[in-house]
Design a protein around this ligand. Sequence first.
Ligand SMILES: [Ca+2]
Ligand SMILES: [Ca+2]
Ligand SMILES: [Ca+2]
Length: 287
Amino acid sequence: MRKLTVLVIFFLVAACLLCFCPVVVTAHYYLPHRFVGTAKVDGVWVPEGTEISAWVNGIKYAETTTLSLPNQQSWQFILDVPVDDVRTPDDVEGAMDGEIVVFKIKRIADWDYMVAHETAVFYFNGYTLVSLTTEVPPPATLEGQVHLQGRPAPPNSRWETPLRVTFLPVVTTEDVITDDEGRFTIDNIVPDTYNIRVKNSHTLSRLVTGVVFYAGATVVVDFGTLPEGDGNDDNVVDIDDVTLLATSFGKSSGQPGFIDNCDFTRDGVVDIDDVTLIALNFGTFGP
Ligand SMILES: [Ca+2]
Ligand SMILES: [Ca+2]
Ligand SMILES: [Ca+2]
């Protein structure tokens, strides 16, 4: 009888261990690793709200924004990087032991990621203190070129044209004036890849996509010919532009009723040459 009791207790204990041990081990194994740290750009602590992220094998696993740093001894951010679930070999839910964690710092003002010099080795559970540092990359330069209709061959002062240059997808705009050959320069561009649109107030726009600006480099972009005739500046050449031009037809600069934005040829008079340009581009629109 006593033997039986001992056996029953033994089996009960064994059953309990079998039931609970895997759960305990599993729960422990899948705890993320916590990175606690500070970040400096060009030797200066990053401001509150700076985005910090943790990447493994090119995948972002954690992201946060920095807190203010009341004193320079404390931490600014916490990143919890998840661990991969070994029970799902076809899916990657996080990092594996021994993999390298790369940290990126994203400045709010200019939307670019900067890779920190420091990396860390991932292991499940636990935490690691990191002090991230990086430098702002040197800016890039755009040397742009547009071609214009209805002017004498360049160089000519009638090629000096105001342009609005828009960098996408995050919209920033620059207003420039081309030289007498339709060229312009924009400095201090944050290195990144952009779609760039140029427009003059009486032409359709032109768009060049996927322009890559490397740090410190100058990129030359020819935007092609800007089609004239958009007198009302809505990026379409249509009947509204014809109507607008008609009210100004035959008028010269300085005369009542002269509409400067309908003088597409920039010769100081709205006449048949401007009508010819509307006719040339009628029914088209800009990107
Ligand atoms: Ca997995
Ligand atoms: Ca128009
Ligand atoms: Ca004209």
